[in-house]
Ligand binder design. Structure first.
Ligand code: OGA
Ligand code: NI
Length: 322
């Protein structure tokens, strides 16, 4: 039987017309069966996206490429005789927007680049919040539910990872980014429109997330799987290296605030005893994730469940182990 491998591409502008219901259904299907979808006509201005892309590529050439090459030499990756499984072939830096911006602490960014990234970040944040409400609608949760859960006491954590995946002479020896699920909430990715590399795991096959000019790729992190009690899934993905071309990717992570309390939404839990998912404070999950990112998510959920049980039985000991 031929597999249905048509990656979901969703035209967000159709939410404003008579195809609204079908579009909402496509989003719901993608959240349940792919953990990923690609948005077109999402409202981000194309000229802003073009500027961000141009400046990110210039910034890499000017300030990052040399450092990347030095990293290769220092880690002995310039020869690649055997497969490497504990390092990624990527050059990255992180911008944090919320709860406090660090945009002006990042070295080597031109004023023009900073301004563009600030504008881009704000618009992606708005898109993330719009999407969270679409998910609420599909899940039968009240409007604002997910945003409220993510808020904690200090508001959500929102940041952007700016990456370049430079060409690699032996792509079979190393990944651009090893397979993982994302820990947080919603991830919004502006990826290179020419150089591919991102793949997701679907039904045991790795499928390409196709480059598409001016699109935004969305994927769901572990927190949305927990909150939806597994109705929606965080899905394994990875970045392959390429012999030719430098792949740009700008991934924005809309995550819960550090003290946000995460648990399955009560209306999505049919049988209380039956939920596979734990309840926890987001920061505790992140501490666990830091050491287990490239492992399957299930043991992480299990460990958080056990931590909660330990806390109930023996609160003092449980605090000490964290
Ligand atoms: C990530 C990620 C994909 C990419 O940073 O978690 O999956 O294309 N990035 O950069
Ligand atoms: Ni990821």
């Amino acid at each position: 039987m031929e597999k249905n491998i048509k990656f979901p591409v969703i035209n967000l502008s159709k939410l404003n017309g008579e195809e609204r219901d079908q579009t909402m259904a496509l989003i719901d299907d993608a959240c349940q069966n792919w953990g990923f979808f690609e948005l077109v006509n999402h409202g981000l201005p194309y000229d802003l996206m073009d500027n961000v892309e141009r400046m990110t590529k210039e910034h890499y050439k000017k300030h990052m490429e040399q450092k990347f090459k030095e990293m290769l030499r220092s880690k002995g990756l310039d020869t690649l005789e055997t497969e490497v499984e504990d390092v990624d072939w990527e050059s990255t830096f992180y911008l944090r927007h919320l709860p406090q911006s660090n945009l002006y602490d990042i070295p080597d960014m031109s004023n023009e680049y900073r301004t563009a990234m600030k504008d881009f970040g704000k618009r992606v944040e708005n898109l993330a919040e719009e999407l969270l409400d679409l998910l609420c609608e599909n899940l039968g949760l009240e409007k604002g539910y997910l945003k409220k859960v993510f808020h904690g006491t200090k508001g959500p954590t929102f940041g952007t990872k700016v990456s370049n995946y430079p060409p690699c002479p032996k792509p079979e020896m190393i990944k651009g980014l090893r397979a993982h699920t994302d820990a947080g909430g919603l991830i919004l990715l502006f990826q290179d429109d020419k150089v591919s590399g991102l793949q997701l795991l679907k039904d045991n096959d790795w499928l390409d997330v196709p480059p598409l000019k001016h699109s935004i790729v969305i994927n769901l992190g572990d927190q949305l799987e927990v909150i939806t009690n597994g109705k929606y899934k965080s899905v394994m993905h990875r970045v392959m290296t390429q012999k030719e071309g430098n792949r740009m990717s700008i991934a924005s992570f809309y995550n819960p605030g550090s003290d946000a309390e995460i648990s399955p939404a009560p209306s999505l839990v049919v049988d209380d005893k039956d939920s596979k998912y734990p309840s926890f404070v987001f920061d505790d999950y992140m501490k666990l994730y830091a050491g287990l990112k490239f492992q399957p998510k299930e043991p992480r959920f299990e460990a958080m469940k056990n931590a909660a049980v330990a806390a109930e039985l023996n609160p003092v000991a449980a605090v000490e182990t964290f």
